[in-house]
Write a protein that binds this ligand. Structure first.
Ligand code: URA
Length: 441
């Protein structure tokens, strides 16, 4: 196989054969193709897209690059949820233990920060000792014991996605329908789920912000999942402003704990309830969205969701005491408050800009080899629709990098838009897309 020829063919709008795709993925996962050539190919895919047949071959090759978990010994329909990527999106950390507590096992393989969005693995790893790289036996044991497990791609499971995901993160190759679909669905098949709820983000903070692209992504994900016997539905949710108040790894874990104690922001809980209800429907626990939402909230009130999170964290090597007493974790060295320039109403907070500012605080990566700062990030004090007085705090930047203060502060302030008139909050929950292509408002 001549990699240069394949890059040129894709660059010029040609089609790659199943065999070419299988070989490229296998060789890249094995370390036999250098990053610079794989980056060039991914960028060519970004510009030229892929035919459906190429996407199917890419997904199959990524799945075949590692082991697949066998969860047949675990009773019940195993249901997972995955987001296409958002800012402040800590939903998985809240949702998985609640759904498990409501009786549906949740095998969850997540990703790291990608582009301007945060990643569940980076967030969970801010808990001292927490491990996301479990072997198959340990993964099954955690699900059996706590009803859910939260792991990452590894050398053994979907290693191709592990490497390609990290490369896309730092080469501008994230917002591509075939690359997103193959990345998500290969992980979900490998983890052993039977059914999947996708949270497809739409709006300025989504990778594909336009409505047409969002719907195309949702439909392709639903088609691809179901074609691989993964019962898949997609729920569109708004990502115009960050979800909740906290953006950053430990800051988001802390907010997730608040949510599990019933003190979470309304927007986060609205998404948790809707996605949770859909997971309970797919898992056969209810037939009604309203009842599913009530079941999720019952697990918040009983405290069982929080207890399950602590048990899972402990089994995966993390220190559950920091979840019970989050104030034990140190803050970043610099906490810079940002004040409103004048009185008015917040009319928007650009999620993408806040996400990029969070990366600058140290919460995300700009090169593949970099680590992330567990403490860094941004805490919002106001959201769209809130009234502000001049000088009132809008947000706080948390960072350990004093040299970046001013730039980050300016960026966060610029992300806010104001109006002199009251501002409505637009709906957060959009269309639901099922395998028949059915779209429900
Ligand atoms: N989530 C993933 O797992 N992969 C993507 O490409 C985007 C979101």
């Amino acid at each position: 196989m001549n990699m240069v020829e394949l890059i040129e063919r894709k660059r010029d709008g040609g089609v790659l054969s199943d065999g070419d795709i299988t070989r490229v993925v296998k060789m890249y996962a094995a370390g036999d193709i250098p990053d610079y050539q794989m980056s060039a190919l991914l960028m060519a895919v970004f510009f030229q897209g892929m035919k459906r047949r190429e996407l199917d071959a890419l997904t199959a090759a990524m799945l075949a690059s590692g082991e697949t978990a066998d969860l047949t010994g675990i009773d019940g329909v195993k249901v997972d949820k995955h987001s296409t990527g958002g800012v402040g999106d800590k939903v998985s950390i809240i949702l998985a233990p609640l759904v498990a507590a409501a009786g549906v096992p949740v095998p969850m393989m997540s990703g790291r920060g990608l582009g301007h969005t945060g990643g569940t693995l980076d967030k969970l790893e801010s808990i001292p000792g927490f491990r996301t790289g479990l072997d198959n036996a340990a993964y099954r044991a955690v699900i059996r014991e706590t009803g859910f497990a939260m792991i990452g791609q590894s050398e053994r499971m979907v290693p191709a996605d592990r490497k390609m995901y990290a490369l896309r993160d730092v080469t501008g190759c994230v917002p591509s329908i075939p690359l997103i679909c193959s990345s998500i669905i290969s992980k979900k098949k490998a983890e052993g789920a039977d059914a999947l709820v996708l949270d497809v983000k739409t709006g300025s903070g989504a990778f594909l912000p336009g409505r047409k692209d969002t719907l195309a992504l949702a439909r392709e994900l639903v088609r691809l999942g179901n074609s691989l016997s993964l019962a898949t539905v997609a729920q569109l949710t708004a990502m115009d402003e960050p979800l909740g108040l906290a953006v950053g790894n430990w800051l988001e874990v802390k907010e997730s704990i608040d949510c599990l104690h019933g003190r979470g922001p309304d927007d986060v809980m609205a998404v948790v309830k809707r996605l949770g209800a859909l997971m309970l429907i797919l898992g056969g626990r209810t037939r009604s969205l309203a009842e599913g939402e009530r079941m999720i909230m019952a697990e918040v009130r009983s405290g069982e969701g929080f207890r399950r999170l602590c048990s899972m964290v402990e089994m995966q090597g993390g220190d559950p005491d920091v979840l019970r007493e989050p104030e034990r974790m140190a803050f970043a060295r610099y906490r810079i408050p940002l004040a409103a320039p004048g009185p008015g109403f917040v009319s928007g907070i650009d999620a993408r800009e806040i996400g990029l500012a969070a990366v600058q605080t140290g919460a995300g990566r700009t090169v593949k080899e970099a680590g992330v700062d567990a403490q860094a990030g941004i805490v919002l004090m106001k959201k769209r629709g809130d009234r502000v007085e001049g000088g009132e705090p809008l947000a706080e930047v948390h960072t350990n990098m004093p040299e970046e203060h001013d730039v980050i502060a300016g960026r966060v302030l610029n992300a806010f838009a104001f109006s002199q008139h009251p501002v409505e909050r637009p709906p957060l929950i959009g269309e639901l897309i099922d395998p028949r292509g059915y779209v429900e408002q």
